[in-house]
Design a protein around this ligand. Structure first.
Ligand code: ZN
Length: 432
């Protein structure tokens, strides 16, 4: 690392926990961030391509590239063989020895961690079941231990940590502002505490927005376009919104809460948000069990376990549908249609180019996907479905944690937009 950068880090006054010697926050000048960002997005670029994309002269670019290479933040990646004529030397994002980012997924009953390179290549993963909803303090302890054990000594500094919470996030404090699924996390200073502990910038966003970031990180064929929705269709229902290649979070971080759109004003079931008749209330375990019972009576078919018990949830229902259970299949179709109807409204309003449905790798998701498609085509304004692409996410259960890693990377590169981060470190010095 260059002397200049080291001095700047010292003057930042950042004092990470002494037990954790992964090194200080790396601060980049805006032009360095733009260059690194362009290389990370493309995978690899030649100097000429970087100059063209960022509209920089080769003479201005050269010393900056050399500095980034000296700091190990750009790595040589062979020659560009794709075109004839003079071949250019390719540059790519560095390996874990120069810098890593960490993505943390905190959900009601589990923690997941991915440590990745700036190019989003995972180098370590951790998973643990915890009672996160009821015990933020213990969860933070476990999370800290898990992250520490997932880092190797010969890696570079953790230049950013991204956290996903099933909550709307206060963009000033980095804490959950509205969290029906995890009310004890409202105001809990998870970003502040992790930033202090690890001496790095911590970015926090909702699981819906991290899902959207994850889909922006992986290639899609055909491409998703510049305006698309990423729908979470698991035990929770919601939607990440991408407009002009950036996540749209709304004025207070609550955009995309389609799970709390009322689908049945006569339904008296109380949703976790406190209202009645929400789409998400339909997939609450108590409701799923009741619907399964009702369907079984109507169809005069015996319920098969696990539909007839306390453990009925979306996963159990979809597994049963996958195994050919008629009641489970009917229930999945009905739920998919309801989700499709709500999406039809969102699509008619928003006219996206694509919808990606994240089922977290649910077994039997094809039944749900078919019904979602049908619901959309039945109820959406015809003009908006003509060229609409509806696909299931290929990221499976990894989507949220990958998105959290992408949030950390985008935060480090300064392209994360308006996301929450720890106040204490937000004023890290910038080189000009
Ligand atoms: Zn609700």
């Amino acid at each position: 690392m260059s002397m200049e950068r080291q001095n700047m880090l010292r003057s930042s006054g950042i004092a990470p926990d002494k037990q954790f010697a992964q090194g200080p926050v790396l601060a980049l000048a805006p032009v360095e961030r733009r260059i690194l960002g362009a290389v990370v997005r493309a995978g690899s670029l030649t100097r000429a391509e970087i100059a063209r994309e960022l509209r920089l002269s080769r003479s201005n670019l050269s010393p900056i590239i050399l500095r980034l290479m000296a700091d190990g933040l750009l790595a040589p990646a062979g020659q560009d063989e794709s075109r004839g004529g003079r071949r250019g030397d390719l540059l790519s994002a560095p390996g874990p020895e120069s810098a890593v980012v960490a993505g943390l997924e905190i959900d009601v009953d589990r923690l997941r961690i991915v440590v990745a390179t700036l190019g989003m290549r995972p180098v370590a993963e951790r998973y643990q079941r915890v009672d996160a909803a009821n015990d933020p303090e213990q969860t933070l302890e476990t999370l800290t231990d898990l992250l520490e054990t997932s880092l190797e000594e010969d890696w570079g500094p953790v230049v950013g940590v991204g956290i996903s919470l099933p909550a709307a996030i206060d963009v000033v404090t980095g804490a959950a502002a509205v969290a029906p699924a995890m009310p004890k996390w409202v105001g809990f200073p998870v970003a502040e505490r992790l930033a202090y502990r690890f001496g790095t910038r911590v970015f926090v966003d909702s699981d819906l927005n991290t899902l959207a970031l994850a889909e922006m990180t992986v290639p899609h064929h055909p491409p998703l376009g510049s305006a698309f929705l990423v729908v979470k269709a698991t035990e929770g229902i919601g939607c990440g919104i991408v407009i002009n290649n950036a996540v749209f979070r709304g004025s207070h971080g609550s955009a995309g809460e389609i799970g709390h759109i009322s689908v049945d004003p006569d339904d008296e079931t109380i949703c976790a948000c406190g209202h009645r008749g929400c789409l998400e209330a339909l997939v609450a375990p108590v409701n799923l069990a009741a619907q399964a019972q009702l369907l079984a009576r109507q169809e005069q078919t015996a319920l098969r376990p696990p539909l007839d018990g306390d453990s009925v949830n979306m996963n159990a229902i979809s597994r049963a549908a996958f195994d050919g259970d008629p009641i489970a299949t009917l229930l999945m179709r009905r739920l998919g249609m309801r989700i499709g109807f709500v999406l039809a409204g969102a699509i008619s309003f928003f006219n996206p180019s694509s919808i990606v449905v994240s089922t977290a790798g649910m077994l039997g998701s094809d039944v749900l996907m078919g019904a979602i498609r049908q619901g959309i085509y039945e109820r959406a304004f015809p003009g908006v479905t003509r060229r609409l692409q509806i696909v299931e996410s290929g990221l499976g259960d990894d989507a949220v944690v990958i998105g959290a890693g992408a949030l950390a990377r985008d935060g480090f590169l300064g392209t994360a937009g308006k996301v929450a981060y720890s106040r204490g470190l937000s004023a890290a010095p910038e080189r000009v």
